[in-house]
Design a protein around this ligand. Structure first.
Ligand SMILES: *Cc1c(COP(=O)(O)O)cnc(C)c1O
Length: 399
Protein backbone atom coordinates (compact mmCIF):
# COMPACT_ATOMS: atom_id res chain seq x y z
CA UNK A 1 0.00 0.00 0.00
CA UNK A 2 1.30 3.43 -0.90
CA UNK A 3 0.91 6.43 1.41
CA UNK A 4 1.07 10.11 0.55
CA UNK A 5 0.40 11.90 3.81
CA UNK A 6 3.32 13.31 5.81
CA UNK A 7 2.44 11.72 9.18
CA UNK A 8 1.79 8.28 7.69
CA UNK A 9 4.98 8.35 5.62
CA UNK A 10 6.92 9.23 8.78
CA UNK A 11 5.43 6.33 10.73
CA UNK A 12 4.86 3.59 8.15
CA UNK A 13 8.13 3.83 6.19
CA UNK A 14 10.09 1.05 7.81
CA UNK A 15 12.86 -1.43 7.05
CA UNK A 16 11.96 -5.04 6.32
CA UNK A 17 10.99 -7.13 9.35
CA UNK A 18 13.56 -9.76 10.43
CA UNK A 19 12.77 -13.39 11.34
CA UNK A 20 12.25 -12.15 14.95
CA UNK A 21 9.01 -10.44 13.83
CA UNK A 22 9.77 -7.22 15.75
CA UNK A 23 7.14 -4.44 15.54
CA UNK A 24 9.55 -1.52 15.85
CA UNK A 25 12.85 -1.45 13.88
CA UNK A 26 15.89 -3.01 15.60
CA UNK A 27 19.38 -1.46 15.68
CA UNK A 28 22.01 -2.78 13.26
CA UNK A 29 25.06 -1.82 15.27
CA UNK A 30 27.53 -3.51 12.91
CA UNK A 31 30.24 -2.27 10.59
CA UNK A 32 30.16 -4.85 7.77
CA UNK A 33 27.74 -7.01 5.77
CA UNK A 34 28.41 -10.34 4.03
CA UNK A 35 28.13 -11.27 0.36
CA UNK A 36 26.17 -14.27 -0.98
CA UNK A 37 28.99 -15.18 -3.39
CA UNK A 38 31.67 -13.64 -5.59
CA UNK A 39 29.14 -12.53 -8.20
CA UNK A 40 26.97 -10.77 -5.57
CA UNK A 41 30.04 -8.97 -4.19
CA UNK A 42 31.06 -7.84 -7.67
CA UNK A 43 27.53 -6.57 -8.45
CA UNK A 44 27.32 -4.69 -5.12
CA UNK A 45 30.68 -2.98 -5.59
CA UNK A 46 29.83 -1.93 -9.15
CA UNK A 47 26.43 -0.51 -8.02
CA UNK A 48 24.53 -3.01 -10.22
CA UNK A 49 22.46 -4.17 -7.26
CA UNK A 50 21.46 -2.33 -4.08
CA UNK A 51 22.61 -3.59 -0.74
CA UNK A 52 24.74 -2.85 2.29
CA UNK A 53 28.49 -3.40 2.13
CA UNK A 54 29.96 -1.42 4.99
CA UNK A 55 28.41 1.13 7.41
CA UNK A 56 30.55 3.99 6.11
CA UNK A 57 28.63 3.45 2.84
CA UNK A 58 25.16 2.53 4.13
CA UNK A 59 23.40 0.76 7.01
CA UNK A 60 19.76 -0.35 7.49
CA UNK A 61 19.07 2.20 10.25
CA UNK A 62 20.61 5.11 8.35
CA UNK A 63 18.81 3.98 5.19
CA UNK A 64 15.47 3.95 7.00
CA UNK A 65 16.10 7.43 8.46
CA UNK A 66 17.07 8.94 5.11
CA UNK A 67 14.31 7.19 3.14
CA UNK A 68 11.71 8.70 5.47
CA UNK A 69 13.31 12.14 5.40
CA UNK A 70 13.36 12.06 1.57
CA UNK A 71 9.64 11.25 1.46
CA UNK A 72 8.92 14.02 3.99
CA UNK A 73 10.94 16.63 2.00
CA UNK A 74 9.89 15.42 -1.45
CA UNK A 75 13.47 14.43 -2.37
CA UNK A 76 14.54 11.69 -4.79
CA UNK A 77 17.61 10.74 -2.82
CA UNK A 78 19.65 11.64 0.24
CA UNK A 79 22.63 10.87 2.43
CA UNK A 80 22.70 10.85 6.23
CA UNK A 81 25.66 12.54 7.93
CA UNK A 82 27.34 12.46 11.34
CA UNK A 83 26.43 16.11 12.05
CA UNK A 84 24.73 19.11 10.54
CA UNK A 85 28.15 20.58 9.75
CA UNK A 86 29.24 17.39 7.95
CA UNK A 87 26.09 17.87 5.86
CA UNK A 88 26.84 21.56 5.17
CA UNK A 89 30.48 20.93 4.30
CA UNK A 90 29.88 17.87 2.09
CA UNK A 91 26.93 19.53 0.31
CA UNK A 92 29.19 22.42 -0.66
CA UNK A 93 32.53 20.66 -1.19
CA UNK A 94 31.02 17.99 -3.48
CA UNK A 95 30.14 20.64 -6.08
CA UNK A 96 33.07 23.08 -6.11
CA UNK A 97 36.66 23.01 -7.38
CA UNK A 98 39.60 25.39 -7.06
CA UNK A 99 38.73 28.70 -8.72
CA UNK A 100 34.98 28.40 -8.08
CA UNK A 101 32.79 30.89 -6.24
CA UNK A 102 29.79 30.68 -3.90
CA UNK A 103 27.13 33.30 -3.25
CA UNK A 104 25.78 33.05 0.30
CA UNK A 105 23.39 34.86 2.56
CA UNK A 106 25.40 36.76 5.20
CA UNK A 107 23.03 35.33 7.83
CA UNK A 108 24.35 31.76 8.00
CA UNK A 109 25.13 29.49 10.95
CA UNK A 110 28.46 30.29 12.66
CA UNK A 111 30.35 27.18 11.53
CA UNK A 112 29.04 27.57 7.95
CA UNK A 113 30.52 31.08 8.09
CA UNK A 114 33.87 29.56 9.17
CA UNK A 115 33.76 27.07 6.25
CA UNK A 116 33.10 29.88 3.76
CA UNK A 117 35.58 32.38 5.15
CA UNK A 118 38.40 30.23 6.65
CA UNK A 119 38.41 26.75 5.09
CA UNK A 120 37.24 26.94 1.48
CA UNK A 121 39.68 29.77 0.64
CA UNK A 122 42.54 27.32 1.46
CA UNK A 123 41.44 25.35 -1.62
CA UNK A 124 40.92 28.43 -3.79
CA UNK A 125 37.14 28.69 -3.38
CA UNK A 126 35.84 32.19 -2.80
CA UNK A 127 32.47 33.58 -1.77
CA UNK A 128 30.39 36.76 -1.78
CA UNK A 129 27.97 37.53 1.03
CA UNK A 130 24.62 39.14 0.33
CA UNK A 131 22.65 40.93 3.06
CA UNK A 132 19.35 39.27 3.75
CA UNK A 133 17.42 42.55 3.33
CA UNK A 134 18.79 42.95 -0.20
CA UNK A 135 17.46 39.97 -2.23
CA UNK A 136 18.40 41.62 -5.55
CA UNK A 137 21.98 41.41 -4.33
CA UNK A 138 22.03 37.67 -5.10
CA UNK A 139 21.83 38.22 -8.85
CA UNK A 140 24.42 41.02 -8.71
CA UNK A 141 26.81 38.76 -6.77
CA UNK A 142 26.72 35.90 -9.30
CA UNK A 143 29.95 35.66 -11.30
CA UNK A 144 31.15 33.56 -14.25
CA UNK A 145 32.65 31.02 -11.81
CA UNK A 146 29.74 30.89 -9.32
CA UNK A 147 28.57 27.31 -8.69
CA UNK A 148 26.19 27.63 -5.76
CA UNK A 149 23.84 29.90 -3.81
CA UNK A 150 23.73 28.93 -0.12
CA UNK A 151 21.00 30.24 2.19
CA UNK A 152 19.13 29.68 5.45
CA UNK A 153 15.52 30.74 5.86
CA UNK A 154 14.22 31.69 8.41
CA UNK A 155 17.55 33.22 9.36
CA UNK A 156 19.28 32.83 12.68
CA UNK A 157 18.74 34.66 15.00
CA UNK A 158 16.90 37.55 13.30
CA UNK A 159 14.09 35.39 11.78
CA UNK A 160 14.24 37.16 8.40
CA UNK A 161 13.10 35.22 5.33
CA UNK A 162 14.41 34.67 1.81
CA UNK A 163 12.17 33.82 -1.15
CA UNK A 164 13.13 30.24 -2.08
CA UNK A 165 11.08 30.17 -5.30
CA UNK A 166 12.73 33.38 -6.54
CA UNK A 167 16.25 32.13 -5.72
CA UNK A 168 15.53 28.70 -7.27
CA UNK A 169 14.60 30.38 -10.55
CA UNK A 170 17.65 32.62 -10.34
CA UNK A 171 19.88 29.56 -9.83
CA UNK A 172 18.21 27.79 -12.81
CA UNK A 173 18.77 30.85 -14.99
CA UNK A 174 22.50 30.71 -14.23
CA UNK A 175 22.79 26.91 -14.25
CA UNK A 176 23.90 26.77 -10.62
CA UNK A 177 22.74 25.00 -7.44
CA UNK A 178 20.49 26.54 -4.77
CA UNK A 179 21.40 24.89 -1.44
CA UNK A 180 18.97 25.59 1.44
CA UNK A 181 19.81 24.82 5.09
CA UNK A 182 16.28 23.89 6.23
CA UNK A 183 17.18 23.19 9.84
CA UNK A 184 15.07 25.97 11.40
CA UNK A 185 11.91 25.14 9.47
CA UNK A 186 12.11 21.30 9.32
CA UNK A 187 10.36 19.36 6.53
CA UNK A 188 7.05 19.82 8.38
CA UNK A 189 7.11 23.61 7.97
CA UNK A 190 8.84 24.12 4.62
CA UNK A 191 9.93 21.97 1.65
CA UNK A 192 12.58 23.91 -0.31
CA UNK A 193 12.93 21.26 -3.06
CA UNK A 194 9.24 21.63 -3.92
CA UNK A 195 9.80 25.42 -4.16
CA UNK A 196 12.70 25.06 -6.62
CA UNK A 197 15.81 24.51 -4.49
CA UNK A 198 18.26 21.83 -5.72
CA UNK A 199 19.83 20.70 -2.46
CA UNK A 200 18.37 20.72 1.05
CA UNK A 201 20.62 20.36 4.07
CA UNK A 202 19.66 19.61 7.66
CA UNK A 203 21.15 19.61 11.09
CA UNK A 204 19.02 16.76 12.50
CA UNK A 205 20.41 17.72 15.91
CA UNK A 206 17.71 20.36 16.31
CA UNK A 207 13.95 19.81 15.82
CA UNK A 208 14.35 16.49 13.93
CA UNK A 209 15.77 14.79 17.03
CA UNK A 210 13.95 17.39 19.09
CA UNK A 211 15.05 16.03 22.44
CA UNK A 212 18.69 17.09 22.69
CA UNK A 213 20.06 13.54 22.44
CA UNK A 214 22.30 13.40 19.40
CA UNK A 215 24.25 15.19 16.67
CA UNK A 216 23.37 14.36 13.05
CA UNK A 217 22.69 15.78 9.61
CA UNK A 218 21.43 15.03 6.12
CA UNK A 219 21.78 16.19 2.51
CA UNK A 220 18.84 15.68 0.11
CA UNK A 221 18.21 16.35 -3.57
CA UNK A 222 17.93 14.74 -7.00
CA UNK A 223 19.54 11.35 -7.67
CA UNK A 224 22.09 13.00 -9.93
CA UNK A 225 23.26 15.58 -7.37
CA UNK A 226 23.18 13.19 -4.39
CA UNK A 227 25.37 10.75 -6.36
CA UNK A 228 28.17 13.34 -6.10
CA UNK A 229 27.48 13.95 -2.40
CA UNK A 230 27.46 10.19 -1.77
CA UNK A 231 30.77 9.68 -3.57
CA UNK A 232 32.40 12.34 -1.44
CA UNK A 233 30.82 11.12 1.82
CA UNK A 234 31.65 7.45 1.22
CA UNK A 235 35.31 8.21 0.68
CA UNK A 236 35.83 10.99 3.23
CA UNK A 237 33.82 9.29 6.01
CA UNK A 238 31.27 11.59 7.73
CA UNK A 239 29.08 8.50 8.34
CA UNK A 240 26.25 8.57 10.86
CA UNK A 241 26.32 6.04 13.70
CA UNK A 242 23.52 3.44 13.18
CA UNK A 243 22.47 4.07 16.78
CA UNK A 244 21.84 7.73 15.95
CA UNK A 245 20.12 6.71 12.70
CA UNK A 246 17.76 4.56 14.77
CA UNK A 247 17.03 7.43 17.21
CA UNK A 248 16.35 9.85 14.36
CA UNK A 249 14.10 7.52 12.41
CA UNK A 250 12.00 7.18 15.59
CA UNK A 251 12.10 10.97 16.04
CA UNK A 252 10.66 11.52 12.56
CA UNK A 253 7.59 9.49 13.55
CA UNK A 254 6.60 12.27 15.96
CA UNK A 255 7.92 15.28 14.02
CA UNK A 256 4.48 16.44 12.82
CA UNK A 257 2.83 16.42 16.26
CA UNK A 258 5.88 17.98 17.90
CA UNK A 259 6.23 20.71 15.28
CA UNK A 260 2.52 21.53 15.51
CA UNK A 261 2.96 22.23 19.23
CA UNK A 262 6.35 23.99 18.82
CA UNK A 263 4.73 26.32 16.26
CA UNK A 264 1.58 26.83 18.32
CA UNK A 265 3.64 27.75 21.41
CA UNK A 266 5.99 30.01 19.42
CA UNK A 267 3.05 31.89 17.89
CA UNK A 268 1.34 32.27 21.28
CA UNK A 269 4.60 33.57 22.78
CA UNK A 270 5.12 36.02 19.91
CA UNK A 271 1.57 37.36 20.36
CA UNK A 272 2.13 37.63 24.11
CA UNK A 273 5.44 39.47 23.64
CA UNK A 274 3.87 41.96 21.21
CA UNK A 275 1.62 43.14 24.05
CA UNK A 276 4.43 43.65 26.59
CA UNK A 277 5.70 47.16 27.28
CA UNK A 278 9.28 45.92 27.98
CA UNK A 279 9.51 44.76 24.36
CA UNK A 280 10.67 46.97 21.49
CA UNK A 281 9.67 44.61 18.65
CA UNK A 282 8.88 40.94 17.99
CA UNK A 283 9.72 38.90 14.87
CA UNK A 284 7.75 35.77 14.03
CA UNK A 285 6.97 34.72 10.44
CA UNK A 286 3.26 34.13 11.08
CA UNK A 287 2.66 37.44 12.89
CA UNK A 288 1.02 39.94 10.51
CA UNK A 289 3.57 42.50 11.79
CA UNK A 290 6.49 40.50 10.26
CA UNK A 291 7.72 42.51 7.24
CA UNK A 292 7.65 39.30 5.14
CA UNK A 293 4.34 37.91 6.43
CA UNK A 294 3.04 37.34 2.87
CA UNK A 295 6.19 35.42 1.89
CA UNK A 296 5.94 33.38 5.10
CA UNK A 297 2.36 32.39 4.23
CA UNK A 298 3.49 31.47 0.70
CA UNK A 299 6.42 29.21 1.52
CA UNK A 300 5.81 28.00 5.10
CA UNK A 301 3.06 25.78 6.46
CA UNK A 302 3.39 27.30 9.96
CA UNK A 303 5.63 29.92 11.54
CA UNK A 304 8.23 27.54 12.99
CA UNK A 305 9.45 27.00 16.55
CA UNK A 306 11.59 30.13 16.91
CA UNK A 307 10.69 33.69 17.67
CA UNK A 308 12.91 36.62 18.44
CA UNK A 309 12.36 39.94 20.22
CA UNK A 310 14.19 43.06 21.28
CA UNK A 311 14.08 43.80 24.98
CA UNK A 312 14.17 47.54 25.82
CA UNK A 313 17.48 48.56 27.40
CA UNK A 314 19.99 46.87 25.05
CA UNK A 315 22.79 44.49 26.05
CA UNK A 316 22.43 45.09 29.82
CA UNK A 317 18.68 44.40 29.79
CA UNK A 318 19.30 41.28 27.67
CA UNK A 319 21.77 39.98 30.27
CA UNK A 320 19.39 40.73 33.14
CA UNK A 321 16.56 38.96 31.31
CA UNK A 322 18.61 35.76 30.92
CA UNK A 323 19.89 35.84 34.50
CA UNK A 324 16.32 36.17 35.78
CA UNK A 325 14.89 33.12 33.96
CA UNK A 326 13.75 30.41 36.38
CA UNK A 327 12.45 27.67 34.09
CA UNK A 328 13.53 28.40 30.50
CA UNK A 329 17.02 27.12 29.69
CA UNK A 330 19.95 29.36 28.85
CA UNK A 331 21.96 27.49 26.20
CA UNK A 332 23.06 28.06 22.63
CA UNK A 333 21.12 25.05 21.29
CA UNK A 334 17.59 25.10 19.88
CA UNK A 335 14.83 22.74 18.80
CA UNK A 336 14.34 20.92 22.11
CA UNK A 337 11.32 19.92 24.23
CA UNK A 338 12.63 22.52 26.68
CA UNK A 339 12.16 26.22 25.93
CA UNK A 340 15.52 27.85 25.33
CA UNK A 341 16.40 31.54 25.44
CA UNK A 342 19.57 32.97 23.92
CA UNK A 343 21.08 36.45 23.83
CA UNK A 344 23.37 36.48 20.76
CA UNK A 345 24.97 39.90 21.43
CA UNK A 346 26.52 38.78 24.73
CA UNK A 347 27.20 35.12 23.79
CA UNK A 348 27.44 33.49 20.32
CA UNK A 349 28.08 36.77 18.49
CA UNK A 350 29.96 38.67 21.22
CA UNK A 351 33.25 38.59 19.27
CA UNK A 352 31.72 40.53 16.38
CA UNK A 353 31.70 44.33 16.38
CA UNK A 354 28.34 46.02 16.92
CA UNK A 355 28.30 46.95 13.23
CA UNK A 356 28.96 43.34 12.14
CA UNK A 357 26.16 42.20 14.43
CA UNK A 358 23.74 44.73 12.96
CA UNK A 359 24.60 43.50 9.44
CA UNK A 360 23.05 40.15 10.36
CA UNK A 361 20.14 41.68 12.28
CA UNK A 362 21.48 41.23 15.80
CA UNK A 363 20.36 44.26 17.77
CA UNK A 364 21.82 44.69 21.31
CA UNK A 365 18.76 43.44 23.23
CA UNK A 366 17.79 40.68 20.79
CA UNK A 367 16.56 37.52 22.55
CA UNK A 368 15.95 34.35 20.53
CA UNK A 369 13.43 31.91 21.94
CA UNK A 370 13.18 28.31 20.83
CA UNK A 371 9.67 27.46 22.02
CA UNK A 372 9.57 24.13 23.81
CA UNK A 373 6.73 21.75 24.53
CA UNK A 374 6.04 22.76 28.16
CA UNK A 375 2.58 24.19 28.91
CA UNK A 376 2.33 27.62 27.29
CA UNK A 377 1.14 29.30 30.52
CA UNK A 378 4.29 28.17 32.36
CA UNK A 379 6.54 29.46 29.56
CA UNK A 380 4.72 32.81 29.48
CA UNK A 381 4.88 33.18 33.29
CA UNK A 382 8.67 32.67 33.33
CA UNK A 383 9.23 35.10 30.47
CA UNK A 384 6.92 37.69 32.02
CA UNK A 385 8.79 37.72 35.35
CA UNK A 386 12.20 37.86 33.57
CA UNK A 387 10.99 40.79 31.45
CA UNK A 388 10.04 42.66 34.63
CA UNK A 389 13.51 42.04 36.11
CA UNK A 390 15.20 43.13 32.85
CA UNK A 391 13.90 46.66 33.37
CA UNK A 392 15.08 47.03 36.99
CA UNK A 393 18.03 49.33 37.60
CA UNK A 394 19.72 47.10 40.17
CA UNK A 395 19.10 43.38 40.09
CA UNK A 396 19.48 41.33 43.21
CA UNK A 397 19.98 37.65 42.47
CA UNK A 398 16.92 35.83 43.73
CA UNK A 399 17.90 32.48 45.12
C1 LIG B 1 23.00 23.69 14.46
C2 LIG B 1 22.99 24.14 13.08
C3 LIG B 1 23.92 23.66 12.14
C4 LIG B 1 25.02 22.69 12.54
O1 LIG B 1 24.52 21.46 12.91
P1 LIG B 1 25.31 20.44 13.90
O2 LIG B 1 24.37 19.28 13.95
O3 LIG B 1 25.49 21.13 15.19
O4 LIG B 1 26.61 20.10 13.26
C5 LIG B 1 23.82 24.12 10.85
N1 LIG B 1 22.87 25.01 10.47
C6 LIG B 1 21.96 25.50 11.34
C7 LIG B 1 20.96 26.48 10.87
C8 LIG B 1 21.99 25.09 12.67
O5 LIG B 1 21.11 25.59 13.53
Amino acid sequence: MEFKNFETLAIRTQMEQTSQREHSAPIYMNSGFTFNDAEHARALFSNEVEGNIYTRYSNPNNNEFIEKLCLMEGAEDGMSMASGMAAMFTSIAAFVSAGDHIVASRSVFGSTHQILTQLLPKWGISHTYVDIDNPEGFEEAIQENTKMIFIETPSNPAIDLLDIEYLGKLADKHGIILNVDNCFATPYVQNPLKLGAHIVTHSATKFIDGQGRTIAGAVLGSKELIEQVRFMARHTGPALSPFNGWILSKSLETLAVRMERHCENALALAQFLEEREEVEFVKYPFLPSHPQYELAKKQMRAGGGLTTFEVKGGIEAGRKFLNALKMCSFTANLGDTRTICAHPASTTHSKLTEEERLQVGITPGLIRISAGLEHIEDIKADIAQALEVSQLEVVEKVK
